[in-house]
Design a protein around this ligand. Structure first.
Ligand code: NOJ
Ligand code: CA
Length: 567
């Protein structure tokens, strides 16, 4: 190449002009701030159910290119990372949680190049990608299971949990699956049963086999090498079961599928889980990645165990205890938030996901306005000390759209549990982008019906309304991003006997931010002795003076107020 053309190229480079930049495979950084906090401690994480987010090619199924096309929405919302639920090849019995190949993309969702483009475009907007790590089970269509099932002598036989029955037609024990009925399935080819904590099409991996562990670590490396910033670990507690396989003691009543209840502790949380998680963490640490856990626990002590004794297991085990409060009740929230702040590790908050009824449905009292409650929940999530993990559609207060007839149900547990339990279709309906055909989800008939409220509840319409739930989310996420007290400050509960107003301070380097939420449908007042006035930062109501008095602070029904305390 001539010197002149080289000089010309250098000039273009200096001017920042050149061929379109290839997405850079940069490693998620491990930089800590002045408080020693990592990026994921300040992040707002946004869960995307890829089948339901946006359909780019008109087949009625959301896909990766659909997500890429909407990254500007996510950027303007202010989120830092998206967690995409499984997008790998799968027979889709459990809509992706039955993985047939951990190292590829489901054809209906796109290709590995689509994934690389999504990751690169997300990175250009400062958004990291977190994928789902389905550790407990594969699909029965995964090559590993096909080999394992082919004969008792197959080298991969021990990769899954196989056992002889107790007698003719008798499974090895009385364990039941999380999704109803026996947790064992007889495979007539080899006349042994295999164990499945979830659907029979989801055989449990045997993590006690070192080859399984090594193959699953390689799965992590494969995606970390492609620039993924972390993983959400699915069903962590079921990774190891008691190897003696004892019968479960029976307890009173029946579950939602009609099975007699049992004490199922032998099916979960065997102690080896912690050692295995520590080794998973080592792999993640070598890529400076974050591990989020699907960790349903009944109390904070059990949640603490997932951080690891030396904080060497999961950085962000999900705290579902707030989501389990299930009603707008200030004392219950206060109790759970105080507990979360005393946890061993960094708190996380989750209000909604693809498995549970949408939060506005669960928390809005009858007759109340869902938008007001949606703003209150947004305030709670974005002002607490910890990492919020939000669910797609929460930013526009999407509500459940449950099937009306059993023949319309797609989620198999919805068929089994009908009519008591209608399954999870209702919380997975297409994202509502605009007021046009299929709510802007895509041109083809969506795989699940769009909620009929889409004409008014959609991103485009709400973007134009300054008082919308969407614009409130943008405002409050921006405040969280720019206010170091909200990012870094300690949590101090206030007015701890108040039955209706949940209030707390965030304190950092002498600055105090007051957060007060009226969780009732009546006007309330609350007095705070932390200062005489507060400069309004954000309020969920329209007209609020720049400075308000704190003794007393008047709150409208369901109002949220955030202000900087002045003496
Ligand atoms: C938890 C996931 O969130 C859920 O959707 C799935 O059905 C089960 N784990 C089994 O993978
Ligand atoms: Ca599609």
């Amino acid at each position: 190449m001539k010197i002149r053309s080289i000089a010309f190229l250098i000039l273009l480079a200096l001017l920042g002009v050149g061929p379109p930049a290839q997405p850079q495979l940069s490693r998620p950084d491990s930089r800590q701030d002045a408080e020693g906090h990592f990026w994921w401690q300040h992040a707002v994480v946004y869960e995307i159910y890829p089948r339901s987010y946006a359909d780019s090619n008109g087949d009625g199924i959301g896909d990766l290119n659909g997500i890429t096309a909407h990254l500007d929405h996510l950027k303007s919302l202010g989120i830092d990372a998206i967690w995409i639920t499984p997008c790998f090849p799968s027979p889709q019995v459990d809509f992706g949680y039955d993985v047939a190949d951990y190292r590829s993309i489901a054809p209906e969702y796109g290709t590995l190049s689509d994934f690389d483009r999504l990751r690169g475009e997300a990175e250009r907007r400062g958004i990291r990608i977190i994928l789902d790590y389905v550790i407990n089970h594969t699909s029965d269509q995964h090559e590993w299971f096909k080999q394992s099932a082919s004969s008792r002598e197959n080298p991969r036989r021990d990769w899954f949990v196989w056992k002889d029955g107790k007698g003719a037609g008798q499974p090895p024990n009385n364990w039941i699956s999380n999704f109803g009925k026996s947790a064992w399935k007889l495979d007539p080819r080899t006349n042994q049963y295999y164990y499945h904590m979830f659907y029979p099409e989801q055989p449990d991996l045997n993590w006690r086999n070192p080859e399984v562990e090594s193959a699953m670590h390689d799965v992590l490396r494969f995606w970390f090498e492609r620039g993924v910033a972390g993983f959400r670990l699915d069903a962590v507690d079921s990774m190891f079961e008691d190897p003696r396989l004892p019968d479960n003691p029976m307890t009173a009543g029946t579950n939602q599928f009609g099975d007699p209840n049992q004490d199922r502790s032998a099916q979960m949380l065997a102690p080896e889980m912690h050692e295995a998680l520590r080794r998973v963490r080592k792999v993640a640490d070598s890529y400076r990645a974050v591990l989020i856990g699907e960790t349903w626990t009944s109390d904070i002590q059990s949640l603490n165990a997932f951080y690891g004794r030396s904080l060497d297991e999961l950085q962000l085990p999900m705290n579902f205890l707030l989501a389990m409060v299930n009603k707008l009740d200030a004392p219950s929230f206060r109790r759970e938030i105080t507990a979360a702040n005393a946890a061993n590790g960094w708190p996380t908050y989750v209000m909604s996901n693809h498995d549970i009824t949408r939060s506005v449905d669960r928390y809005t009292p009858e007759e109340a306005d869902k938008s007001q409650v949606a703003k209150l929940l947004a305030t709670l999530m974005m002002t607490l000390r910890g990492t919020p993990i939000m669910y797609y559609g929460e930013e526009i207060a999407m509500v459940n759209n449950d099937p009306k007839r059993v023949e319309d149900v797609l989620d198999p547990i919805g068929k089994l549990g009908w009519p008591k339990f209608k399954g999870r279709d209702g919380v997975r309906t297409p994202m509502q982008w605009d007021k046009f055909q299929n709510a802007g989800f895509g041109k083809g008939k969506p795989w699940l019906p769009v909620h009929p409220d889409y004409r008014t509840h959609n991103v485009e319409t709400q973007a134009k309304d300054p008082d919308s739930v969407l614009n409130y989310h943008k405002k409050i996420i921006k405040l969280r991003r720019t206010n170091s007290t909200l990012r870094e400050g300690s949590y101090v509960p206030l007015n701890e006997n108040d039955a209706h107003v949940l209030a707390f301070l965030r304190e950092y380097r002498g600055e105090k931010v007051l957060v007060a939420m009226n969780m009732s449908g009546e006007p309330r007042t609350a007095s705070f002795s932390v200062g005489s006035t507060a400069r309004t930062l954000v309020s969920s109501t329209k007209a609020v003076p720049k400075t308000v008095k704190l003794a007393p602070l008047k709150l409208e029904p369901f109002q949220s107020f955030i202000g900087e305390v002045r003496n």
